[in-house]
Design a protein around this ligand. Structure first.
Ligand SMILES: [Zn+2]
Length: 674
């Protein structure tokens, strides 16, 4: 039988033929896909003619179709429905795929051709010019423009950095395990739920500590149990353990590791022509420079610190003693319960999944954008229970397919996400197929699926990514769907969350699944009011981490060489932005800041709030312009969602809003306005 990945699908919307796809098709299709793309790239650089957009960029955009086709289906399965066999293929091919991509990004001949086109880009149309600019920037940042000796130096730096990043993570894991807090008497856990106590007993017995309880640490500084533990001494022990991680001077100490990471990243940036690692990273983000990141974050930091101080006063009145870091969550929760009286668990009977989908998520999109949804029972998803919906524009024209995979299962990774099975572009005449994955527990047979408040919010959020994928209309595959900068990609999904509690929408979908009674409007108001409580603390601890990440990565290599004391550097960096109240510790301290020292968020941890500034500014625009109307939806679609990655996002935003985004709406939303 032939391999279904070797030619485009003939099903509607080129839906992958899941009935014909078997695990054994992956490896040969991936191998062949890489070879095909390599040959396609070589053919571009072998041609004798002068490099032009038509003979360089177009074939580059056309290249790798087999590989893209198989990898999209493969990675969809490896995240949503993996097996040992699939995991083994992933492990086998990960280094080969990385090497394949690196070879293209660092291809000197290809880079020379693109540079030639880049120098003559003024004659191109807007989308073409932006495509050349993005590709040229990407390859320049990867090091394609370096000479052989510099490339060798770059490879050396990258390899050493990858060793150090792995070491950072291993040290952190080991010390996190070592620092788990052993509780001798169950009385000390007063305030925790039965479930939390039995989980702590299980954790202890897993380590051979029969009869005791164990609180294992979580990644951030704060720990969920701190909200409810009544024993102050135990809270203090947990907080102290959390903050000591990988900074105790033992064999798992990360200080020397992170100092070397900071120095090598600064050297690499200089090799590539940048003043610092933060300059290097932001060059290919919407922010563009660390100065612009600072200009947005620092005023937010002042407002957040001011509010955290006001919150602390309130907590101290209630507690009758000075509030320390380990007291904050405990008293903050008391205030929340006393003042807002919201128990989100009582909302569940009002959030029946099918009604949330049809009358909530879909209905909001129909009212805002005019699009409609119809289930295609004749089309098969990638595993049982995956639903397929056809999405059409208001005029009836086809927009794409939306696949929904709601429930959790053993073969699905945690969390919720959106991915694309095929991405719209005119060059290859591709339609769009997007997938939303959630991890909702499946109810017993015959019982309705009831969602939590957070799950409903996640549903609207992920559907915002789906809309972004469905609406993007571009010529070139590189710009398809949500292929935008990391500090921009969360913006459309955050905006879509606004409809969850929008009166016309929530009144329609939040109906008691047994009595049919609509939800009490008073509860929704109290939820809204309660959402600003605690934001002084939450915003401060987040911004402290984001600014700390920037501070480490704005150093030149000479400056980085001069830093020897991690704790002192951290103290000074936080004091410089006014986020140095010991009762409000940074969400991650340097020695356990995995996002920035071992993960992919170095000099980029600011992204979350960067896109939320745009989000809050957009929600305000909707509110000021009549809210849920077709006109508003069309404008947002035309200027922002519909452009995919084909235009500079901040330029597009300016065109949409009539000005750049400002921070005031976010301050207001978080209750931080002066
Ligand atoms: Zn998201």
């Amino acid at each position: 039988m032939s391999n279904p990945f070797l030619s485009p699908s003939t099903l509607p919307y080129q839906l992958p033929p899941f009935a014909d796809i078997a695990v054994e098709h992956y490896a040969p299709a991936i191998t062949r896909g890489m070879a095909e793309q390599r040959a396609e790239i070589d053919a571009i650089t072998a041609q004798p003619d002068e490099a032009t957009f038509e003979n360089t960029m177009v074939p580059l955009e056309r290249s790798g179709q087999t590989l893209t086709r198989v990898l999209r289906v493969f990675f969809n399965q490896s995240s949503a429905d993996s097996t040992d066999e699939v995991a083994a293929i992933e492990e086998e091919f990960a280094p080969q795929l990385a090497a394949h991509e690196d070879a293209i990004e660092l291809d000197g001949a290809l880079y020379a051709s693109i540079r030639h086109v880049h120098e003559r880009r003024d004659a191109l149309d807007d989308e073409q010019r932006y495509l050349v600019e993005r590709r040229f920037t990407r390859m320049t940042l990867a090091g394609a423009g370096l000479d052989a000796e510099q490339k060798a130096r770059l490879t050396e730096l990258n390899q050493r950095l990858s060793v150090l990043q792995t070491k950072f993570e291993k040290n952190l894991l080991a010390d996190t395990n070592d620092l788990a807090v052993v509780i001798d008497s169950v009385d000390e856990l007063d305030g925790l739920s039965e479930g939390e106590i039995s989980a702590a007993a299980q954790a202890a017995s897993d380590r051979g500590l029969e009869g005791k309880h164990l609180i294992t640490l979580v990644l951030p500084t704060g720990h969920p149990v701190l909200e409810s533990l009544t024993n102050r001494e135990v809270r203090e022990r947990i907080m102290r353990a959390s903050r000591q991680r990988a900074a105790r001077g033992n064999q798992h100490d990360n200080s020397a590791v992170l100092l070397e990471i900071v120095r090598l990243r600064a050297r690499r940036a200089e090799l590539l022509g940048f003043a610092s690692h933060a300059d290097f990273i932001t060059a290919d983000q919407t922010a563009k420079t660390p100065q612009r990141v600072a200009a947005m974050l620092e005023p937010l930091a002042q407002a957040a610190a001011r509010n955290a101080r006001a919150e602390k006063q309130k907590l101290e009145q209630l507690a009758g003693h000075p509030i320390e870091a380990h007291d904050w969550a405990f008293y903050s929760e008391k205030v929340r319960k006393a003042e807002f009286d919201v128990d989100t668990s009582e909302l569940k009977p009002y959030f029946e999944a099918e009604r949330v989908l049809q009358q909530g998520v879909f209905a909001a999109a129909t009212q805002v954008y005019g699009i409609t949804f119809s289930e295609r029972h004749d089309l098969q998803g990638y595993t049982e229970g995956v639903r397929v919906f056809e999405v059409r524009n208001e005029d009836g024209s086809e927009l794409g397919l939306y696949l929904l995979d709601l429930y959790t299962r053993d073969t699905k990774r945690g969390g919720a996400w959106m991915n694309e099975l095929i991405g719209q572009n005119e060059l290859l005449d591709h339609p769009t197929i997007v997938v939303n994955n959630l991890n909702v527990s499946k109810p017993a047979a015959g019982e309705p699926t009831l969602l939590t408040f957070d799950e409903v919010n996640t549903f609207f959020h992920e559907f915002g990514h789906a809309l972004h994928g469905l609406f993007a209309h571009v010529v070139y595959p590189s710009f398809t769907g949500t292929n935008v900068y990391r500090d921009f990609v969360e913006f459309p999904s955050q905006v879509n969350e606004m409809w969850m509690l929008w009166p016309e929408i929530v009144n329609d979908y939040a109906v008691h699944h047994q009595t049919g009674e609509p939800i009490d409007a008073g509860i929704i108001d109290r939820i809204r009011a309660s959402q600003t409580w605690g934001e002084g603390f939450a915003t401060s601890e987040y911004l402290a981490a984001a600014l700390l990440d920037q501070a480490w990565h704005r150093l030149s290599s000479a400056e980085a060489d001069a830093v020897t004391d991690v704790a002192a550097f951290e103290r000074e960096a936080l004091a410089a932005v006014g986020l140095d109240d010991p009762a409000v510790p940074t969400r991650y301290s340097s020695c356990y800041f995995a996002h920035t020292f071992s993960g992919g968020y170095s000099a980029g941890y600011y992204s979350y709030i960067w896109s939320e500034v745009l989000d809050a500014d957009t929600v305000q625009w909707f509110e000021q312009n009549g809210g849920l109307t077709r006109e508003n939806g069309d404008r947002f679609r035309q200027y922002v969602l519909g452009i995919g990655g084909k235009q500079d996002p901040l330029e597009a935003y300016r065109a949409f809003r009539g000005r750049d985004a400002v921070i005031e709406p976010l301050l207001e939303r978080r209750g931080l306005a002066a």
